[in-house]
Design a protein. Structure first.
Lengths: 339, 282
């Protein structure tokens, strides 16, 4: 009772990184609260994952294992999650802000009439006093996220309804194995009474999974372009520099929205979070929506025509100049000086 | 379902007050971009079915009727504006509840909405409405494959790849920005619908305009107040919202001293040499 739940996402028999990251964060929250951390696994042939989840701190691993649960469909997963939450009454339930989590976590929250905060960038336990009623709470989950296009940071609490639910994007939290694994005790979910026939009404008739073509998360050098790059053509320069430096190309949301490059390259609150050794921001103004996904980079170089661009406040080197002028020079001097 | 949103993508310098807060009034109100993709998918359903009608439901202040008119210019048959002080301060759950009350009254066969609104980016309202109406949902919809009596076939985006699903109707579909772009305004429709008014706008209009619209019912945008959709008042607005905003902070960057460089050759060369020397690159 009153434990911390983490929904574990499994795709093609692989545990999603975000689920392990949430276990690490969940472990920290459970320790602060003095409760257990429980992982919930819903899928097919998934019983073997418990030891891996234990390494990241799961005291209990709840399992519903049946072919109706894979591939993921909204209604059966919702039914089991809602049923188990009603049975176990966790105080916190965390989901990855992946297409799966963003699809069914809102539905779970609606069924339970409990609040859900999307895309949190930080989760901490803290106290709260309701301004109207004066009622005090000692240990609520602070759900912290950028809002309003990233121009403000909001701390959201959920004083009365349980569980307190939040989604977090992949890469935002760090995953960390424990020195000694937690118990990882497997418990079967009695899911049969939870799932109705009508929950199986949506049929998947075709499915295909693409190889991950773009891997900006693992890149040690990222050259990212923003709206200031100006065009698809301009992005060729960004690619050229990334190629020369052996890095990957990233982008701000504005550049993706403008159609300059693929969505997979989007870095920021609604994209990927990265921590490369070197981040070169080309024509990126640096709204928090974007910086939330890259401010952990070891070194940040900004190229911007506007010396007052907000990105310069977190940059190590701020070059005042245009992308078209600066990038060819960087390529030239890198080639001249390397090896 | 559609939403009028402040254009947060274009927060320029004039949109910030001298204190560094967002001046919402300076942001233009626009049709939420993914809701336009949703409108297109709904219009495509109508094209394929022949006999269907498309109506837009939005919740917001009176001026949100603008997006209903915009939808009519592009092909929608009409719309509903859900408006009232009772709805103020709603989080996603209270918003979904209010919309679901209106939808019970309207009773559509299929509900199409954008995946998410750019002022919140939560993507929660679609699935929450579906749950409240006990309908299946198809999120991240990218393409309408087929629609016929009682079922819809949709291609939807996955994290890595795509799948095609068949859902029984009624259902809620939420549409991704990667779906087809919305058709533009049609000049004849603009001429026909430019005088369309929501009930409260109509009441404020002069007698001549009122007479004009009464003779043309297709120009009347239905407006619902809270009481018209029979809600449980405790589930509306701030009171009906489980999540509360504890604190709002303006974004303040922890300024660190950036080394300023020019675009001149000597500066760029020195930088590249330094990056190589520190093994950051190379």
């Amino acid at each position: 009772m009153n434990n911390v739940f983490v929904y574990i996402e499994i795709e093609e028999r692989e545990i999603a990184d975000v689920s392990l990251e949430l276990l690490t964060k969940g472990r920290e929250l459970a320790n602060t609260l003095g409760v257990k951390l429980e992982a919930v696994v819903i899928g097919k042939d998934v019983k073997g994952v418990a030891p891996e989840l234990a390494k990241y701190g799961a005291d209990t691993v709840w399992v519903a294992d049946n072919e109706i649960f894979a591939p993921f469909r909204t209604l059966p997963h919702t039914a089991v999650m809602v049923g188990l939450i009603e049975q176990e009454k966790p105080q916190i339930a965390l989901f990855g802000a992946t297409p799966v989590g963003r699809d069914f976590a809102p539905r779970v929250s609606s069924a339970l009439h409990s609040g859900l905060t999307a895309d949190c960038t930080e989760l901490v336990i803290g106290e709260h006093k309701d301004a109207k009623t004066g009622k005090e709470y000692d240990s609520l989950l602070y759900q912290i996220r950028p809002a309003f296009g990233g121009n403000i940071i909001a701390t959201i609490v959920n004083p009365e309804c349980r569980p307190q639910m939040a989604t977090v994007r992949e890469g935002v939290m760090r995953k960390e194995e424990l020195a000694t694994p937690a118990a990882g005790e497997v418990r079967e979910i009695n899911w049969q009474p939870m799932v109705k026939d009508t929950d199986l009404a949506v049929r998947i008739v075709e499915r295909h999974i693409e190889e991950r073509k773009i891997n900006i998360k693992g890149a040690s050098v990222i050259v990212a372009g923003g709206y200031g790059v100006g065009s698809k053509e301009g992005f060729k320069l960004v690619h050229e520099l990334a190629n020369v430096l052996g890095g990957e190309v990233g982008a701000s949301r504005a550049a993706v929205d403008a159609g300059f490059t693929e969505h997979e390259r989007q870095i920021g609150q609604t994209g990927v979070t990265v921590r490369p050794k070197l981040y070169i921001a080309c024509g990126i103004s640096g709204q928090i929506q974007h910086t939330a996904g890259m401010d952990g980079s070891a070194m940040i170089v900004s190229i911007n025509t506007d010396p007052e661009a907000p990105i310069n406040k977190i940059a190590d080197y701020a070059i005042t100049g245009s992308v078209e002028e600066v990038i060819p020079k960087m390529i030239k001097y890198y080639k001249q000086n390397s090896k | 379902m559609a939403k009028q949103v402040p254009d947060t993508r274009n927060v320029g310098k004039d949109a910030m007050t001298p204190e560094g807060t967002v001046n919402r009034a300076a942001l233009p109100a626009i049709f939420n971009p993914e809701d336009l993709n949703a409108l297109e998918m709904a219009l495509e359903m109508k094209d394929r079915l022949g006999e269907a009608t498309v109506h837009v439901l939005t919740m917001g202040p009176q001026r949100a009727a603008d997006i209903i008119r915009e939808a009519m210019f592009r092909g929608a048959d009409g719309g509903y504006l859900l408006s009232g002080r009772e709805f103020a301060g709603s989080d996603t759950l209270a918003t979904s509840y209010a919309l679901s009350c209106a939808l019970r009254k309207i009773n559509p066969d299929i509900i199409v909405a954008g995946r998410q609104a750019i002022d919140g980016d939560t993507a929660q309202v679609g699935p929450q409405v579906a749950q409240k109406l006990d309908m299946p949902q198809v999120t991240y919809a990218e393409e309408l494959v087929d629609i016929k009596e009682g079922e819809v076939t949709i291609k939807r985006r996955l994290e890595r790849g795509s799948e095609v699903v068949v859902a029984p109707l009624p259902a809620v579909i939420t549409v991704n920005s990667s779906a087809k772009e919305c058709r533009p305004r049609n000049a004849k429709r603009v001429m026909k619908f430019k005088y369309a008014l929501a009930t409260s706008e109509l009441q404020a209009a002069d007698a001549k305009a009122q007479e004009f619209i009464e003779a043309r019912p297709y120009l009347h945008i239905v407006e619902y107040a809270a009481a018209d959709v029979n809600p449980d008042a405790e589930q509306l607005g701030l009171a009906g919202s489980p999540t509360k905003v504890k604190k709002i902070e303006n974004v303040v960057f922890q300024a660190k001293e950036a080394k300023r460089l020019t675009a001149e050759d000597k500066d760029i060369e020195a930088l590249m040499q330094e990056l190589i020397a520190s093994h950051t690159i190379g």
